[in-house]
Write a protein that binds this ligand. Structure first.
Ligand code: C2O
Ligand code: CU
Length: 477
């Protein structure tokens, strides 16, 4: 760890004052005075009335240019303010000034370029989570964009349709940056999937779930020393919003964008039919009564509101309480379908290497490790010949003081072979890039390392853990 990073960490430990120190807008925070639409009083300590604020749907970003069949998108990172609680201005970071960044809708087979403009006073970068991209465009933690600089990322979009997301990945700052708003959706549309007839357009909605804690002065509290205090759950940046839906089918793309909590979702009054995992469609729809999402994971569900009478309300809830309500407000034409079969999974090639990956906290220290080591950018933890297939046995040994971990691999989509020897549930049997690894369990995953050579990271997606060392590198050679 170099000195700059130690200073940064010290800044974080001092109560997360680093960002506010370089965020001009924080000096001008004003908590408004009620009453406000949404039932807020402008007082951060008064919880807003549930289900009064509409669920925002992040706008789809238009390319700023199209160059020879490549769409060019501009993302500028800046500090801004947003209204998370009604009537309260909260300083945040945002891609193009949005707390949940604009959605990029790419098309399979059509490359995209993202030009990242760093308007912050400290380094940032962007990682396209779930994507197969060249190492130079992957947003490696040590590969950052200095303040005032512009950086071009190339995304080939060769993989199948999927709900991906982009977020900051700058070393030692990723947890705080993502927490403060550097996250957005990146969807790959795939012509080959049109035949399934799933809901499209305004009936296809990305929903980012996460949490936050708004301090009395309206700022986002980020306290690495106390990770268990972020209790306001947000859907697309708002607490307990409501989505007015028609009595028809919807495709909902759920993402856990939180840095330190999992979601255990249920929906009263309707079935959640899971159709996709992180990396794309499942071979067949899977009805779910409960849906668990660890940080970074996605699940797509189809919900058919036709069975709910107009005027009814359905609530998507987590174990901590309601997250989002759906108010069925009227009828609508629906020519979508939910076929019994979706996209078949490719056969599993034979693996040639088995690796053990152990996730743990270093006792007595605020560091987290993979195979006993904290991240070292100068160290390559696994050298993998390109095109080969490996099985990784991932174990969470934090049993005595139980801590949840997860594992996310850059570059590849993997498959879950088993959890403690038991084959994965059908909802986890698809393409994955992030997997929950609860205390004491061993998850075996299999990946084929194709596409690009170079160095990529793998890490726990509880971002405070990865920030505190639970990250390692593989090099495809
Ligand atoms: Cu979602 Cu390495 O990141
Ligand atoms: Cu972890």
């Amino acid at each position: 760890m170099d000195r700059r990073h130690l200073i940064r960490l010290a800044g974080l430990a001092a109560g997360g004052t680093l960002l506010s120190a370089c965020n001009e807008s924080s000096a001008a925070i004003h908590a408004g005075h009620g009453p406000h639409p949404g039932g807020g009083t402008g007082d951060p300590s008064t919880p807003p009335v549930p289900f009064t604020v509409p669920l925002p749907v992040p706008p789809v970003l238009r390319p700023s240019a199209v160059v020879g069949g490549t769409d060019v998108y501009d993302l500028s990172v800046r500090s801004t303010t947003t209204e998370i609680l009604p009537g309260v201005r909260t300083p945040v970071l945002g891609y193009n000034g949005r707390f949940v960044g604009p959605t990029i809708r790419a098309r399979r087979g059509r490359p995209a370029i993202v030009r990242l403009n760093n308007g912050l006073h400290h380094p940032t970068n962007v990682h396209l989570h779930g994507a197969s991209v060249a190492a130079a465009s992957d947003g490696h933690p040590m590969d950052v964009v200095e303040p005032g600089r512009l950086r071009t990322y190339h995304y080939p979009n060769r993989q199948q349709g999927a709900t991906l997301w982009y977020h900051d990945h700058s070393h030692h700052m990723e947890a705080e940056h993502v927490y403060r708003g550097l996250h957005g959706f990146y969807l790959i549309d795939d012509d080959a999937e049109r035949r399934f007839g799933l809901p499209t357009g305004r009936y296809d909605i990305p929903i980012m779930l996460r949490d936050a804690r708004i301090a009395a002065d309206g700022t986002l509290a980020f306290d690495p020393a106390d990770p268990f205090v972020q209790q306001t759950t947000l859907a697309n940046g708002k607490p307990q919003p409501v989505l007015r839906v028609a009595a028809r089918r919807y495709r909902l793309r759920l993402l856990n964008g939180a840095i330190q909590r999992n979601f255990q979702l249920s929906l009263t009054g309707a079935d959640m039919i899971q159709v996709a995992t992180d990396g794309g469609l499942l071979p067949a729809p899977v009805p779910r009564t409960e849906l668990a999402l660890s940080p970074g994971e996605r699940a797509e569900i189809v919900v058919d509101f036709r069975r709910s009478p107009v005027g009814s309300r359905l609530v998507l809830a987590d174990t901590t309480g309601p997250v989002l309500a759906f108010d069925v407000v009227g009828a609508a034409a629906d020519n979508s379908r939910l076929p019994a079969k979706l996209r078949p999974l490719p056969p599993l090639p034979r693996a040639t290497t088995v690796r053990d990956v152990t996730l743990s906290r270093r006792p007595g220290q605020a560091t987290f490790t993979i195979n006993g080591e904290v991240f070292d950018a100068a160290r390559v933890d696994a050298r993998i010949p390109i095109g080969t297939t490996e099985i990784w046995r991932v174990t969470n040994v934090d049993v005595d003081f139980p801590i949840d971990h997860s594992l996310h691999l850059h570059l590849v989509q993997f498959r879950v072979l088993d959890r403690d020897g038991v084959p994965p549930a059908p909802g986890e049997a698809g393409l994955k890039d992030t997997v929950a690894v609860p205390p004491g369990s061993t998850v075996r995953i299999q990946a084929t390392f194709t596409g690009f050579k170079g160095r990529y990271v793998y890490h726990c997606h509880y971002l405070r853990h990865s920030q505190l060392g639970q990250m390692a590198q593989f090099e495809v050679v």
